[in-house]
Write a protein that binds this ligand. Structure first.
Ligand code: SF4
Ligand code: SF4
Ligand code: FES
Length: 342
């Protein structure tokens, strides 16, 4: 295996990007130094998939899997046949992917190992796309293609979120050069599994509906007149929250968020903060606040702060949660005195 060349600084997407100077005042310490809270290879707390492992809970059991047994058996034999040419092999470093497969939501998961030629600046998504063309394990067995989601390939759509070496992150911005091998890929926890690396994130959108995470624009002002103005400073603060791509990484890392619990999760709370700050959104501000003042709302947040450490967009989630705490207290007082103000 050849030694890797470290990527250029500007391409190292794992490094925190310095926020624009005009926004620095609004970021707290954790946003200035966003780092995953522990080692990259450590699993986030309460990964629910462990429930599906039955008697084979040992995360290292793959070492005894059929794949590995075959690999061992083939050690002394001639190299397995690979779909790529010798020239391609020679030009690239061979990267090992260890992928947790599951054929459907009810079947038993299993691990498969793949050796894939990788070029400098490849990311996990580009390797998965290569694998989709040639779904052949390291032992030369042709298998069903690995199911995964992607769209934009530039960390905008939020569809390629998965666990990469135990950390929730986007496959399209996870550079191979920065990852320990074998690169372990698992589906995003806390969401119902569809197949392999695909999960169903529709409950995230149900949460957004529950808190009315939108603004009612129609009829708000005469369309021939300019809309309500937002001060530059406020716009800069709100912009941080508008970058959410609903990937679900923060939910996956949150110990309070679970497929079977009611908590709406950090991304939803941040959207309440964003919509309530908008001049048009203020009219329905109290509706959103009431939606997070009950069960499954703000009080379910345990302030573990995992969410803010994994957000690929560095959204100041805990700042939003703090601001909402103050807003809900004010709303409680208004409710007590029967104020009709939104
Ligand atoms: S807040 Fe960040 S981690 Fe959470 S869904 Fe939005 S972009 Fe993803
Ligand atoms: S701070 Fe709240 S929302 Fe964020 S991870 Fe902790 S419990 Fe979840
Ligand atoms: S493919 Fe769109 S965020 Fe990764």
């Amino acid at each position: 295996m050849t030694e890797k060349t470290p990527p250029d600084d500007e391409l190292n997407l794992n490094k925190p990007v310095a926020p624009p100077p005009e926004l620095v005042d609004h970021l707290d310490d954790e946003q200035r130094e966003p780092e995953w809270l522990t080692e990259a290879t450590e699993r986030p707390p309460e990964t629910p998939h462990i429930d599906h492992y039955d008697d084979e809970d040992d995360p290292d059991r793959w070492q005894e899997s059929e794949d590995t047994a075959e690999l061992a058996a083939n050690e002394d034999e001639s190299a397995p046949e690979h779909p790529w040419s010798q020239a391609e092999h020679d030009a690239a470093e061979v990267v090992q992917l260890k992928i947790r497969r599951q054929d459907d939501p009810f079947s038993t998961p299993y691990w498969q190992l793949f050796d894939i030629p990788s070029h400098e600046r490849d990311n996990v998504l580009s390797l998965l796309r290569t694998l989709r063309e040639h779904p052949i394990t390291g032992s030369g067995e042709r298998v069903d293609p690995v199911a995964f989601e992607h769209q934009c390939m530039e960390e905008v759509c939020g569809s390629c979120a998965m666990l990469i070496n135990g950390r929730p992150r986007m496959a399209c911005s996870a550079l191979i050069a920065d990852l320990e091998q074998p690169i372990v890929l698992e589906p995003l926890p806390k969401f119902p599994l569809v197949r392999d690396l695909m999960v169903d994130r529709s409950r995230l959108f149900e949460h957004l509906k529950r808190v009315q995470a939108w603004i009612h624009v129609d009829g708000a002002w005469d369309i021939h007149q300019p809309g309500l103005r937002i001060a530059q400073q406020q716009w800069a603060r709100d912009y941080l929250y508008s970058r959410c791509m609903h990937c679900g990484c923060c939910m996956a890392a949150c110990p309070q968020y679970d497929e079977h619990l009611d908590f709406v999760g950090p991304a939803t709370l941040a959207q309440v903060r964003l919509m309530n700050a908008h001049p048009n959104g203020r009219a329905t501000r109290s509706t959103r606040l009431h939606a997070i003042m009950g069960d499954g709302g703000l009080s379910d947040c345990g302030n573990a702060q995992n969410c803010v450490k994994v957000c690929p967009k560095e959204i100041p989630l805990t700042t939003a949660i703090g601001e909402l705490g103050r807003a809900t207290t004010v709303q409680l007082i208004k409710d007590f005195f029967g104020s009709s103000e939104p």
